[in-house]
Write a protein that binds this ligand. Structure first.
Ligand code: ADE
Ligand code: ZN
Length: 326
Protein backbone atom coordinates (compact mmCIF):
# COMPACT_ATOMS: atom_id res chain seq x y z
CA UNK A 1 0.00 0.00 0.00
CA UNK A 2 1.13 3.55 -0.62
CA UNK A 3 2.23 5.97 2.07
CA UNK A 4 -1.02 7.99 2.22
CA UNK A 5 -3.10 4.80 2.57
CA UNK A 6 -0.75 3.57 5.30
CA UNK A 7 -1.03 6.89 7.15
CA UNK A 8 -4.81 7.00 6.72
CA UNK A 9 -5.22 3.63 8.43
CA UNK A 10 -3.24 4.50 11.55
CA UNK A 11 -5.32 5.06 14.69
CA UNK A 12 -4.75 8.67 15.69
CA UNK A 13 -5.88 11.55 17.88
CA UNK A 14 -6.76 15.04 16.74
CA UNK A 15 -5.51 17.81 19.03
CA UNK A 16 -6.27 20.96 17.04
CA UNK A 17 -9.79 21.26 15.70
CA UNK A 18 -12.10 24.24 16.03
CA UNK A 19 -15.62 22.81 16.00
CA UNK A 20 -16.95 26.00 14.38
CA UNK A 21 -14.40 25.36 11.64
CA UNK A 22 -16.02 22.03 10.80
CA UNK A 23 -19.21 23.77 9.62
CA UNK A 24 -19.53 22.62 6.01
CA UNK A 25 -21.36 24.91 3.56
CA UNK A 26 -24.20 22.39 3.14
CA UNK A 27 -24.79 22.36 6.90
CA UNK A 28 -24.52 26.16 6.97
CA UNK A 29 -27.44 26.37 4.54
CA UNK A 30 -29.44 23.75 6.44
CA UNK A 31 -29.02 25.58 9.78
CA UNK A 32 -29.71 28.96 8.13
CA UNK A 33 -32.96 27.68 6.68
CA UNK A 34 -34.28 26.12 9.86
CA UNK A 35 -33.22 29.05 12.04
CA UNK A 36 -34.39 31.66 9.49
CA UNK A 37 -30.95 33.28 9.37
CA UNK A 38 -29.95 35.16 6.22
CA UNK A 39 -26.57 34.22 4.71
CA UNK A 40 -24.82 36.46 2.20
CA UNK A 41 -24.26 33.73 -0.41
CA UNK A 42 -26.69 32.41 -3.07
CA UNK A 43 -25.51 28.79 -2.86
CA UNK A 44 -22.92 26.30 -1.62
CA UNK A 45 -20.63 26.92 -4.61
CA UNK A 46 -20.54 30.65 -3.81
CA UNK A 47 -19.60 29.86 -0.22
CA UNK A 48 -16.75 27.59 -1.31
CA UNK A 49 -15.58 30.23 -3.80
CA UNK A 50 -15.34 32.74 -0.93
CA UNK A 51 -12.83 30.47 0.86
CA UNK A 52 -9.72 32.03 -0.67
CA UNK A 53 -7.61 33.66 2.02
CA UNK A 54 -4.44 35.75 2.00
CA UNK A 55 -3.88 35.55 5.74
CA UNK A 56 -5.41 34.58 9.08
CA UNK A 57 -7.64 37.65 9.36
CA UNK A 58 -9.24 37.08 5.92
CA UNK A 59 -10.26 33.64 7.14
CA UNK A 60 -11.42 34.76 10.59
CA UNK A 61 -13.80 37.37 9.13
CA UNK A 62 -15.59 34.68 7.09
CA UNK A 63 -15.40 32.04 9.85
CA UNK A 64 -17.05 34.28 12.46
CA UNK A 65 -19.77 35.28 9.96
CA UNK A 66 -20.46 31.62 9.16
CA UNK A 67 -20.93 30.77 12.84
CA UNK A 68 -23.99 33.04 12.93
CA UNK A 69 -26.20 30.17 11.70
CA UNK A 70 -25.48 28.20 14.91
CA UNK A 71 -28.32 28.98 17.29
CA UNK A 72 -29.65 25.98 19.21
CA UNK A 73 -28.34 23.11 21.32
CA UNK A 74 -29.43 20.78 18.48
CA UNK A 75 -27.27 22.78 16.03
CA UNK A 76 -24.15 22.27 18.16
CA UNK A 77 -24.98 18.61 18.72
CA UNK A 78 -25.41 18.01 14.96
CA UNK A 79 -22.31 20.04 14.12
CA UNK A 80 -20.33 17.76 16.43
CA UNK A 81 -22.01 14.64 15.00
CA UNK A 82 -20.94 15.52 11.45
CA UNK A 83 -17.37 16.07 12.62
CA UNK A 84 -17.31 12.76 14.53
CA UNK A 85 -18.52 10.92 11.42
CA UNK A 86 -15.43 12.27 9.64
CA UNK A 87 -13.26 11.22 12.60
CA UNK A 88 -14.62 7.68 12.36
CA UNK A 89 -13.78 7.56 8.64
CA UNK A 90 -10.24 8.84 9.31
CA UNK A 91 -9.44 6.44 12.20
CA UNK A 92 -9.42 9.33 14.67
CA UNK A 93 -10.19 7.52 17.92
CA UNK A 94 -9.75 10.49 20.27
CA UNK A 95 -10.21 14.22 19.72
CA UNK A 96 -9.78 17.35 21.86
CA UNK A 97 -12.21 19.92 20.51
CA UNK A 98 -11.74 23.69 20.61
CA UNK A 99 -14.80 25.89 20.87
CA UNK A 100 -15.08 29.69 20.91
CA UNK A 101 -17.83 30.64 23.41
CA UNK A 102 -17.43 34.38 22.83
CA UNK A 103 -18.41 34.02 19.16
CA UNK A 104 -21.78 32.79 20.39
CA UNK A 105 -22.37 34.67 23.65
CA UNK A 106 -21.72 37.97 21.78
CA UNK A 107 -24.77 37.07 19.65
CA UNK A 108 -26.94 36.32 22.67
CA UNK A 109 -26.53 32.53 22.58
CA UNK A 110 -26.09 31.29 26.18
CA UNK A 111 -22.79 29.48 26.83
CA UNK A 112 -24.82 26.57 28.23
CA UNK A 113 -26.53 26.07 24.85
CA UNK A 114 -23.12 25.71 23.21
CA UNK A 115 -21.57 23.44 25.85
CA UNK A 116 -24.61 21.20 26.41
CA UNK A 117 -25.03 20.73 22.65
CA UNK A 118 -21.37 19.78 22.21
CA UNK A 119 -21.38 17.46 25.24
CA UNK A 120 -24.46 15.67 23.85
CA UNK A 121 -22.71 15.21 20.51
CA UNK A 122 -19.62 13.89 22.30
CA UNK A 123 -21.70 11.34 24.26
CA UNK A 124 -23.35 10.24 20.99
CA UNK A 125 -19.92 9.75 19.40
CA UNK A 126 -18.67 7.66 22.29
CA UNK A 127 -21.76 5.44 22.03
CA UNK A 128 -21.96 5.21 18.23
CA UNK A 129 -18.32 5.24 17.15
CA UNK A 130 -16.36 4.52 20.33
CA UNK A 131 -14.57 7.86 19.89
CA UNK A 132 -13.44 9.58 23.09
CA UNK A 133 -13.26 13.36 23.23
CA UNK A 134 -12.82 16.37 25.45
CA UNK A 135 -13.48 20.11 25.22
CA UNK A 136 -11.03 23.01 25.24
CA UNK A 137 -12.57 26.43 25.82
CA UNK A 138 -10.76 29.05 23.74
CA UNK A 139 -10.56 32.74 24.49
CA UNK A 140 -10.64 35.11 21.51
CA UNK A 141 -7.41 37.08 21.83
CA UNK A 142 -8.68 40.10 19.87
CA UNK A 143 -11.10 40.72 22.75
CA UNK A 144 -9.93 42.05 26.10
CA UNK A 145 -8.92 40.37 29.33
CA UNK A 146 -12.17 41.29 31.08
CA UNK A 147 -14.19 39.53 28.37
CA UNK A 148 -12.03 36.40 28.78
CA UNK A 149 -12.51 36.47 32.58
CA UNK A 150 -16.29 36.87 32.12
CA UNK A 151 -16.25 33.85 29.79
CA UNK A 152 -14.33 31.71 32.28
CA UNK A 153 -16.80 32.76 34.97
CA UNK A 154 -19.80 31.94 32.77
CA UNK A 155 -18.34 28.47 32.14
CA UNK A 156 -17.96 27.71 35.88
CA UNK A 157 -20.93 25.26 36.07
CA UNK A 158 -19.32 23.10 33.33
CA UNK A 159 -15.64 23.25 34.27
CA UNK A 160 -15.68 19.65 35.51
CA UNK A 161 -16.50 18.66 31.91
CA UNK A 162 -13.89 20.89 30.26
CA UNK A 163 -10.29 19.70 29.90
CA UNK A 164 -8.60 23.01 29.35
CA UNK A 165 -8.47 26.51 27.97
CA UNK A 166 -6.94 27.78 24.74
CA UNK A 167 -6.17 31.04 22.99
CA UNK A 168 -7.07 31.72 19.37
CA UNK A 169 -8.15 34.37 16.82
CA UNK A 170 -6.00 37.27 15.49
CA UNK A 171 -2.47 36.64 16.72
CA UNK A 172 -0.48 39.70 15.60
CA UNK A 173 -0.78 42.51 18.15
CA UNK A 174 -2.43 40.25 20.73
CA UNK A 175 0.47 38.60 22.57
CA UNK A 176 -0.03 35.85 25.13
CA UNK A 177 0.96 38.29 27.91
CA UNK A 178 -2.48 39.92 27.52
CA UNK A 179 -4.01 36.76 29.05
CA UNK A 180 -1.46 35.84 31.71
CA UNK A 181 -3.87 36.42 34.59
CA UNK A 182 -6.78 34.59 32.92
CA UNK A 183 -4.57 31.56 32.31
CA UNK A 184 -3.36 31.65 35.92
CA UNK A 185 -6.99 31.60 37.04
CA UNK A 186 -7.72 28.67 34.69
CA UNK A 187 -4.74 26.81 36.19
CA UNK A 188 -6.21 27.37 39.67
CA UNK A 189 -9.36 25.62 38.45
CA UNK A 190 -7.21 22.63 37.44
CA UNK A 191 -7.57 23.25 33.70
CA UNK A 192 -4.92 22.40 31.11
CA UNK A 193 -3.60 25.28 28.99
CA UNK A 194 -2.85 25.57 25.30
CA UNK A 195 -2.37 28.57 23.02
CA UNK A 196 -2.01 29.35 19.33
CA UNK A 197 1.46 30.85 18.98
CA UNK A 198 3.91 31.32 16.15
CA UNK A 199 1.29 30.82 13.44
CA UNK A 200 1.68 34.40 12.18
CA UNK A 201 3.19 35.87 15.34
CA UNK A 202 6.92 35.97 16.16
CA UNK A 203 8.94 33.42 18.16
CA UNK A 204 8.71 35.80 21.14
CA UNK A 205 4.97 34.99 21.34
CA UNK A 206 5.86 31.29 21.65
CA UNK A 207 8.22 32.10 24.50
CA UNK A 208 5.47 34.14 26.19
CA UNK A 209 3.04 31.22 25.83
CA UNK A 210 5.57 28.98 27.61
CA UNK A 211 6.73 31.40 30.30
CA UNK A 212 3.60 33.43 31.03
CA UNK A 213 0.70 31.14 30.10
CA UNK A 214 2.59 27.97 31.13
CA UNK A 215 1.05 26.04 28.26
CA UNK A 216 0.91 22.25 28.25
CA UNK A 217 0.79 22.24 24.44
CA UNK A 218 1.55 24.67 21.64
CA UNK A 219 -0.85 25.21 18.72
CA UNK A 220 0.95 25.67 15.37
CA UNK A 221 4.33 26.93 16.62
CA UNK A 222 5.71 27.19 13.07
CA UNK A 223 7.70 30.36 13.62
CA UNK A 224 9.59 28.76 16.54
CA UNK A 225 11.87 27.42 13.80
CA UNK A 226 13.32 30.92 13.39
CA UNK A 227 14.92 30.67 16.84
CA UNK A 228 17.35 27.77 17.39
CA UNK A 229 17.43 28.24 21.17
CA UNK A 230 13.64 28.08 21.29
CA UNK A 231 13.67 24.93 19.14
CA UNK A 232 16.15 23.33 21.53
CA UNK A 233 13.97 24.26 24.49
CA UNK A 234 10.82 22.83 22.87
CA UNK A 235 12.61 19.62 21.91
CA UNK A 236 14.23 19.17 25.33
CA UNK A 237 10.95 19.69 27.18
CA UNK A 238 9.01 17.33 24.88
CA UNK A 239 6.50 20.06 24.08
CA UNK A 240 3.78 18.92 21.68
CA UNK A 241 3.15 21.09 18.63
CA UNK A 242 -0.26 20.78 16.98
CA UNK A 243 0.69 21.45 13.38
CA UNK A 244 -1.92 22.01 10.66
CA UNK A 245 -0.47 21.64 7.14
CA UNK A 246 -3.52 22.46 4.98
CA UNK A 247 -4.39 25.39 7.26
CA UNK A 248 -0.85 26.70 6.88
CA UNK A 249 -1.20 26.41 3.11
CA UNK A 250 -4.62 28.11 2.93
CA UNK A 251 -3.60 30.95 5.26
CA UNK A 252 -0.33 31.50 3.39
CA UNK A 253 1.85 30.56 6.38
CA UNK A 254 3.71 28.43 3.79
CA UNK A 255 3.84 29.18 0.03
CA UNK A 256 3.15 25.57 -0.99
CA UNK A 257 2.79 22.19 0.68
CA UNK A 258 6.30 21.11 -0.38
CA UNK A 259 7.67 24.02 1.67
CA UNK A 260 5.85 22.89 4.80
CA UNK A 261 8.37 22.33 7.65
CA UNK A 262 6.74 19.21 9.15
CA UNK A 263 9.76 17.10 8.14
CA UNK A 264 12.20 19.62 9.61
CA UNK A 265 10.21 19.69 12.84
CA UNK A 266 10.57 15.92 13.21
CA UNK A 267 14.28 15.97 12.31
CA UNK A 268 14.83 18.66 14.94
CA UNK A 269 13.32 16.35 17.55
CA UNK A 270 10.11 18.32 18.03
CA UNK A 271 7.02 16.39 19.11
CA UNK A 272 4.90 17.41 16.14
CA UNK A 273 1.38 16.21 15.39
CA UNK A 274 -0.83 16.66 12.31
CA UNK A 275 -4.27 18.21 12.63
CA UNK A 276 -7.01 19.82 10.54
CA UNK A 277 -7.66 23.15 12.37
CA UNK A 278 -10.79 24.28 10.43
CA UNK A 279 -11.42 21.43 7.98
CA UNK A 280 -14.52 22.87 6.29
CA UNK A 281 -12.57 26.01 5.39
CA UNK A 282 -9.14 24.59 4.60
CA UNK A 283 -9.97 21.71 2.30
CA UNK A 284 -9.76 18.66 4.47
CA UNK A 285 -9.99 16.60 7.61
CA UNK A 286 -7.13 14.81 9.39
CA UNK A 287 -6.41 12.19 6.75
CA UNK A 288 -6.44 14.85 4.02
CA UNK A 289 -3.68 16.56 6.00
CA UNK A 290 -1.73 13.30 6.40
CA UNK A 291 -2.17 12.65 2.63
CA UNK A 292 -1.04 16.13 1.63
CA UNK A 293 2.27 15.78 3.47
CA UNK A 294 2.66 12.16 2.31
CA UNK A 295 2.34 13.35 -1.28
CA UNK A 296 5.10 15.90 -0.77
CA UNK A 297 7.42 12.93 -0.32
CA UNK A 298 9.61 13.96 2.58
CA UNK A 299 8.23 11.64 5.24
CA UNK A 300 8.64 7.91 5.74
CA UNK A 301 6.31 5.29 7.17
CA UNK A 302 8.20 5.55 10.45
CA UNK A 303 7.57 9.29 10.46
CA UNK A 304 3.84 8.73 10.15
CA UNK A 305 3.94 6.20 12.98
CA UNK A 306 5.76 8.83 15.04
CA UNK A 307 3.18 11.51 14.15
CA UNK A 308 0.30 9.24 15.16
CA UNK A 309 2.08 8.22 18.40
CA UNK A 310 2.79 11.88 19.15
CA UNK A 311 -0.93 12.63 18.85
CA UNK A 312 -1.63 10.32 21.79
CA UNK A 313 1.48 11.30 23.77
CA UNK A 314 0.47 14.96 23.44
CA UNK A 315 -3.16 14.37 24.36
CA UNK A 316 -4.72 15.09 27.73
CA UNK A 317 -5.84 11.48 28.09
CA UNK A 318 -4.89 9.76 31.37
CA UNK A 319 -1.56 7.89 31.10
CA UNK A 320 -3.27 4.49 31.12
CA UNK A 321 -5.37 5.47 28.10
CA UNK A 322 -2.34 6.88 26.28
CA UNK A 323 -0.52 3.59 26.88
CA UNK A 324 -3.50 1.65 25.54
CA UNK A 325 -3.34 3.61 22.27
CA UNK A 326 0.43 3.32 21.68
N1 ADE B 1 -9.57 30.23 15.00
C1 ADE B 1 -9.90 29.19 14.23
N2 ADE B 1 -8.82 28.76 13.55
C2 ADE B 1 -7.78 29.55 13.91
C3 ADE B 1 -6.41 29.61 13.57
N3 ADE B 1 -5.86 28.77 12.71
N4 ADE B 1 -5.65 30.55 14.14
C4 ADE B 1 -6.20 31.41 15.01
N5 ADE B 1 -7.47 31.40 15.38
C5 ADE B 1 -8.27 30.47 14.84
ZN1 ZN C 1 -6.45 26.79 15.17
Amino acid sequence: IDLATFAAGLPKAELHLHIEGSLEPEQMFAFARRNAVAIPYPDVEAVRAAYAFNNLQDFLDIYYAGADVLRTEADFRELAAAYFARCAADHVVHTEIFFDPQTHTARGIPIGTVIEGLLAGMADAQAEHGISSSLILCFLRHLDEADAFATLEAARPWLDRIAGVGLDSSEQGHPPSKFERVFAAAAEFGLKRVAHAGEEGPPAYVTEALDLLKVDRLDHGNRSLEDPLLVARLARSGMTLTVCPLSNLKLCVVPDIDAHPIDRMLRLGLRATINSDDPAYFGGYVNDNYSAVAASGRLTRDDFVTLARNSFLGSFLPDADVARHL
